[in-house]
Ligand binder design. Structure first.
Ligand SMILES: *Cc1c(COP(=O)(O)O)cnc(C)c1O
Length: 376
């Protein structure tokens, strides 16, 4: 590790979070651990392996590539690919025993043919749209489609699901989605079309809408210990810390500038530390210090026992921090970009707020050029 930038992943925190979620939803509700995009940047295989030890019921992944990686690691849990896939790849679902998300007749028929060839009844999950407006037929148009899929002899209807676009901000809309989903599933049941599992709940659904747990939930964010909102009814522990070191230090005089575009001009003599982390690592360029209506917006880092501000523009491989009058900080000193120390904490959600983005984007874009170190 020549470049001092690394990510520490606490698998113990994953154990704590998973157990708390399990207790929160109760033992009758199955958990699909949502580990798409390399477990939100935490690393697909280490996270999946830990969840396997904890007795997770299902994995939810972003694509077939991730599903196949899990199978190659001999993880035997059922896997659901949460996105639709081109019909050309139907055979791989059957070959690797991976549940597909079905949103078209074309794909359903391709899967049915592959399953028939191998003489199996192949489980599928159908996604319907109750307000996300993204994948799946709108529930009002989905009935005939599902009826048609149900006639395919080599497929079995294992799951029906939908997704919430606004569970964190719009309870009225979310409750409406839950009730139309419920009514739709009942209508299907009335026609003899039954699914083993019904699932809707992302992290917010798990936390704030107990009546939408049905018999399966799909948490992502809270597994990793990131809160979708500041106040949630479950305590979770962050798994990920992003750390680097000071690689250069210099005193600068009043009036001198720091970094591209010279947006930062020292108003007093100060000590500037250069830290080996940048936007190529996924530390967003939008964390560059900039003037706002309310003054200067600055991201914070933790060094020793204090917060310090990021000053000037974030560079590809570097940031600069204002160490003020500190004389006890030297080259090689650890800098915490995400994580906690001595009662101080910077969370992925803090970075998201400062960068005008969401915590999901912060963690899922942390570059895999940064080594991940796993602690049990
Ligand atoms: C990502 C995702 C989830 C998990 O969402 P969180 O908000 O991270 O809990 C659940 N369901 C689907 C379909 C997803 O794509």
């Amino acid at each position: 590790m020549f470049r001092p930038a690394w990510i520490e992943i606490d698998l113990g925190a994953l154990r704590t979070n998973f157990k708390r979620i399990r207790r929160f939803v109760g033992s009758k509700v199955k958990i699909i651990a949502t580990i798409k995009q390399s477990a939100y940047g935490h690393g697909l295989i280490p996270v999946a392996t830990q969840l396997h030890r904890l007795g997770v019921d299902f994995f939810g992944v972003g694509g077939l590539d991730e599903a196949i990686k899990l199978r190659e690691e001999r993880l035997k849990e059922p896997i659901l690919v949460l996105s639709p896939t081109s019909s050309n790849f139907a055979k791989y679902f059957v070959e690797y025993d991976v549940r597909p998300t079905v949103v078209s007749m074309d794909f359903a028929r391709a899967l049915n043919r592959e399953a028939a060839k191998r003489n199996v009844r192949f489980p599928v999950h159908i996604k319907i749209d109750t307000g996300m407006g993204r994948l799946g037929l709108y529930y009002k148009d989905a009935y005939r489609f599902i009826k048609e899929v149900s006639r395919l002899k080599s497929l079995s209807l294992e799951g029906i699901f939908t997704h919430f676009p606004a569970a964190d901000i719009d309870p009225e809309f979310t409750n409406h989605q839950i009730s139309v989903f419920n009514a739709f599933v009942s209508k299907l049941k009335g026609q003899g079309i039954r699914f083993l599992y019904q699932h809707c709940a992302n992290s917010m659904g798990v936390l704030k809408y107990r009546h939408c747990h049905f018999n399966m939930v799909r948490p992502g964010l809270i597994l990793y210990g990131i809160r979708p909102q500041p106040h949630i009814p479950l305590k979770v522990e962050p798994m990920l810390s992003l750390k680097s070191k000071i690689i250069f230090l210099k005193k600068i005089q009043k009036g001198r500038s720091v970094s591209y575009a010279r947006t930062y001009i020292a108003r007093r003599p100060t000590l500037i530390g250069t830290v080996a982390i940048g936007y190529a690592d996924g530390y967003p360029w939008s964390l560059s210090g900039r003037k706002t209506l309310r003054g200067i917006s600055q991201a914070k880092v933790i060094v020793q026992d204090s917060f310090f501000n990021v000053v000037g523009r974030v560079c590809m491989d570097h940031i600069m921090i204002d160490l003020k009058r500190r004389t006890d900080i030297g080259v090689g000193q650890e800098v915490i970009l995400i994580g906690k120390k001595k009662g101080l904490e910077v969370t992925a959600s803090d970075l998201a707020k400062w960068a005008h983005t969401i915590s999901y984007e912060i963690v899922s874009r942390l570059s895999f050029r940064i080594p991940r170190i796993y602690n049990k």
